[in-house]
Design a protein around this ligand. Structure first.
Ligand SMILES: [Zn+2]
Length: 265
């Protein structure tokens, strides 16, 4: 059978390591002043053409020792202090930059395309050849009723099913906020605590434990589907997350464990 095969594939390999640190600068958030640690998960993506003779971009087992070599000086090391191997403040962004420089730019036919560092289940740093991003994850709860004002109750029920329940229903939403930019002198694209403050003020104050149809003027003339909710959240956050060398790149809204909505700007 003759298939029109795409020429390139990204292959990824994961490595686990642990780091310790405490705030190296007064400008870091006070909660980071005491020593603390992270069990990190690093995923390296190499992208390239699949070689005809062996069916591989690169032998993925060759990425394993490259990753081990890259993370070795960081693993179980304290990254703040005189003996640190990191030349810059030990932010996730600078850890990723350090690892990017230590990894081979190419392994066989693959080019280093992306590094994703998960510092915790709630904080992720991602680097590509052209961008650096941080993603924070949050949860909040809200109620809504899906209904079009142009339809009758029966028509709404037919269109939206149980989501049109007259008294409404609720979700525990998961929210991912991704900010892109260049790390500043403190090592952050944006201090995570500052991002938390903005999400608190712009998203949680507006929507957490609210009924979107009843309590929120943003939905006065807007059906509170998760598509629209994601657009509203992107719009209110973009207002506050533009400038100082960073910008809102993406938001992801998990309506349930199964339903996910994403807006990229
Ligand atoms: Zn719903």
């Amino acid at each position: 059978m003759k298939l029109n095969l795409p020429p390139t594939v990204a292959i990824a390999r994961r490595v686990y390591f642990s780091v310790g640190r405490h705030a190296p600068l007064q400008s870091w958030p006070p909660r980071l002043r005491l020593p603390h640690g992270y069990d990190c998960v690093l995923t390296a993506y190499y992208e390239g053409a699949v070689a005809a003779h062996n069916g591989m971009v690169a032998n993925i087992s060759d990425i394993k020792p490259a990753l081990a070599l890259a993370v070795a000086p960081l693993d179980c090391a304290m990254l703040t202090g005189a003996d640190t191997v990191l030349p810059n403040p030990p932010s996730g962004e600078n850890i990723v930059e350090f690892l990017w420089q230590r990894l081979p730019a190419h392994i066989e036919g693959g080019r280093l395309d992306r590094l994703v560092l998960e510092l915790s289940p709630r904080l992720r740093v991602e680097k590509t050849p052209t961008s650096m991003r941080i993603t924070r994850k949050y949860e909040f709860a809200a109620a809504h009723r899906l209904c079009s004002p142009e339809l009758t109750d029966d028509e709404n029920l037919a269109l939206y099913g149980k989501c049109a329940n007259l008294a409404g229903h609720g979700h525990n939403y998961g929210l991912e906020v991704t900010v892109e930019g260049a790390p500043g002198a403190a090592g952050f694209i944006m201090a995570p605590d500052r991002l938390d403050e903005i999400v608190e003020a712009e998203v949680f104050t507006r929507f957490d434990h609210k009924h979107l149809n009843e309590d929120c003027p943003e939905f006065e003339n807007l059906i509170p589907t998760s598509e629209n909710f994601a657009r509203v959240i992107f719009a209110v956050l973009r207002e506050k997350l533009t400038g100082d060398g960073h910008r809102l790149a993406k938001i992801g809204l998990h309506e349930t464990q199964k339903n996910y909505f994403e807006v990229e700007g």
